[in-house]
Design a protein around this ligand. Structure first.
Ligand SMILES: [Zn+2]
Length: 659
């Protein structure tokens, strides 16, 4: 379950490896696998042979101690210009990676280049033969973008010729660059061209590795958008599987190198969630990367690393890889503190990992259109906006105890829709969503109306400035006892929308009010249930909705409105005023199997109360990261349960499991 990635010279030092084995032995369950890494850069092959020979000895020691060994290919194409500090003389004269606009990378290479291919294949063969790894992990420079200073490619002179030949075109560089930016058809051709090039290389890499070390399989390390289309991303995993003849592992990553702000890990959790939603069902393990660059004492602490591990395991990962000790800036004794902490968490993490393997994430499903790259972006800000998938725009809501998930395969989903995703939807997407329960801001409804889909809804919306406006709750049942009261957050988020009932079927939940000089929108509808022509109902709130900074009554309106439009589809939420992240998991029968709660404040949270719908059993256990467990207070009602959690420490977890 737990993997340490080593790097640079320490992994070749016999004494270092022996001491590491002793540390792992003293801390049971702290490390199951070590990744040994190829030399960084592109040194002459002789240098790789020397390194592989030493790593072969390290691998023997580790395997003899019962520790699994895998291989990390530190770079394939090349990460970017910061690789200039390494020896790159092994590929002198090879074709450089060049982006569509002609910017050439000095330390990244064209994947079609013959010399590059031969060199990479020999590197893989050398290390595979020496180490006989369990799995060969391909690092995240195997991507079409971000080869600093170059952007999207490869479109070197040879690739430009290939492109023109394939599509029967006569583009020079400038004309192709303009076409990829502005012409959707060429955008598609470009995406297809680079996807096929990278996939062909992936298959070649996988075949080479398995022929050199027949027992191994392939794992792929990536961030968001390793190719411009989601279908292309999936094709790459298929290519690795085809080339190796074995299932493929995924290692999603997204930075967060230190623990100065623990909220960063929540953003990374969502990035991982989105990445895994793209490749769902295609991989045999979800092993995110935790990186503590530059692996020093005042970067990320053992406690911060454990927090991050618990968070991703609770969010759907079933294993973890650590890049926390690749440099020798701190003594091995300090790194030993991490292993001690991991050992203490092992029991809790095994429970989370088991839940990830057998259940799906649950909550409001973040709707991200599959073909977002096709969209027209008003203003065409830099010509490549189409390649930026709008996956992270609305998740702030989850900090007030409303769960959000990226898992797309949950039955009978309740969706959330942001304005950015509404802009990116196709007509088919809009038709599909118009038949589903959806939570959105007035801005998303305004986008759909502007795009000509207004006749699908009982209400329309227009953008307005909500700085001076508050919302007064109507006496609609959704508002409960809040009727007549009010709230506002215009100083923080003034980009709102006003809603207009078109057909008389719109349920008015709130109206805008103003003290003093009233803008024209005062008196307009601020939140509503909106009927669709397919008979579904959407919950639309005019004030910017994707923030946790809302009142308890507004959160209550949200929960009751979501219950109304979806038939109580939410699996769990936190009832009180605690600032918490709620991560439920459910089985195929929509039964809630577990709920992990993260206290996102700096103090202990006492009295957290969960409403859990459709619990999978009446046997309830609360698990804590220290390995302890207890029976929480549980009151069952028809169709659900109220669970009273034990105290949850600052930035710490409690997981409730129903059996
Ligand atoms: Zn090229």
């Amino acid at each position: 379950m737990l993997t340490q990635r080593l790097g640079f010279e320490n992994q070749k030092d016999e004494n270092y490896i022996k001491e590491l084995i002793r540390i792992i032995g003293r801390n049971p369950g702290s490390c199951d696998e070590i990744w040994l890494a190829t030399d960084y850069g592109f040194p002459p092959l002789g240098k790789h042979r020397e390194s592989a020979s030493l790593l072969g000895k390290s691998a023997e020691l580790l395997k003899a101690a019962g520790i699994r060994v895998s291989l990390q290919i530190s770079n394939t194409i090349g990460h970017g210009d910061y690789m200039g500090v390494r020896d790159c003389s092994g590929l002198d004269g090879a074709e450089r990676f060049t982006d569509v606009d002609g910017v050439r990378a000095e330390y990244s290479f064209c994947w079609h280049g013959t010399r590059f291919r031969e060199y990479l294949a020999e590197v893989i063969r050398i290390y595979c033969a020496a180490i006989m790894p369990h799995r060969v992990w391909i690092d995240d420079d195997f991507r079409y973008d971000n080869h600093s200073p170059a952007g999207k490619g490869c479109m070197c002179d040879s690739c430009l010729k290939r492109f023109n030949k394939r599509y029967g075109t006569l583009y020079d560089r400038q004309a192709l660059s303009s076409a990829v930016r502005n012409d959707p058809r060429r955008r598609k051709d470009f995406s297809e061209f680079i996807t096929d090039g990278l996939c062909e290389t992936a298959e070649f890499i996988a075949r080479t590795a398995v022929s050199a070390s027949p027992g191994c399989s392939i794992g792929y390390q990536h961030g968001v958008g390793w190719l411009p289309t989601e279908s292309g991303c999936r094709k790459l995993f298929e290519a690795f599987e085809k080339g190796s003849g074995k299932s493929v592992g995924t290692r999603p990553g997204a930075g967060t190198y230190n623990d100065l702000d623990p909220s960063d890990m929540i953003r990374k959790l969502d990035s991982i969630g989105y990445q895994c939603s793209v490749t769902a069902g295609m991989t045999d393990e979800v092993r995110p990367e935790i990186e503590n660059f530059p692996h020093v004492a005042f970067g990320k602490s053992p406690a911060g690393t454990c927090y991050e591990t618990s968070l991703y395991l609770a969010g759907g990962a079933d294993a973890m890889s650590y890049a926390t000790m690749m440099y020798g800036f701190e003594p091995l004794s300090w790194h030993g503190e991490f292993f001690r902490a991991f050992s203490l968490h092992r029991r809790y993490w095994e429970i989370l990992s088991g839940l990830s393997r057998t259940t799906s994430g649950s909550g409001i499903v973040h709707y991200i259109p599959e073909d977002a790259w096709k969209r027209h972006i008003p203003g065409n800000r830099n010509g490549y906006d189409w390649a930026e998938i709008p996956w992270y725009t609305g998740n702030g809501i989850r900090r007030c105890g409303i769960p959000v998930t990226f898992d797309r395969n949950v039955p009978e989903p309740l969706y959330m829709l942001t304005a950015e995703c509404a802009e990116a939807m196709s007509a088919e997407d809009v038709n599909y969503l118009s038949g589903k329960p959806v939570f959105c801001g007035g801005d998303a409804l305004a986008v759909l109306c502007n795009r000509g889909f207004g006749n699908l809804f009982s209400a329309s919306a227009e953008m307005c400035d909500t700085l001076l406006l508050y919302e007064t709750y109507s006496d609609h049942p959704v508002n409960g006892e809040a009727a007549g009261r009010r709230w506002e957050n215009g100083l923080l988020h003034r980009e709102g929308a006003v809603i207009y009932d078109r057909t008389g079927e719109t349920g008015i939940l709130g109206t805008y009010g103003c003290d003093g000089n009233a803008p024209g929108t005062a008196g307009g509808i601020s939140s509503a249930t909106v009927k669709t022509s397919s008979g579904a109902e959407w919950y639309v709130t005019g004030q910017y909705p994707w923030t946790p900074i809302i009142s308890h009554e507004k959160r209550g309106q949200m929960i009751r409105a979501l219950d109304r439009i979806s038939g109580r589809r939410l699996s769990a939420y936190s009832k009180g005023r605690h600032e918490v992240l709620v991560l439920p998991r459910e089985n195929r029968e929509k039964q809630t199997v577990s709920v992990t709660v993260l206290n996102t404040t700096v103090g202990t949270a006492n009295g957290i109360l969960l409403d859990v719908r459709r619990p999978a059993g009446r046997n309830v256990t609360a698990y804590l990261p220290d390995g302890n467990n207890m029976r929480p207070g549980a009151v069952f009602y028809d169709g659900g349960a109220e669970i009273a959690l034990p105290a949850v420490q600052a930035w710490n977890f409690c997981t409730v499991v129903f059996e």
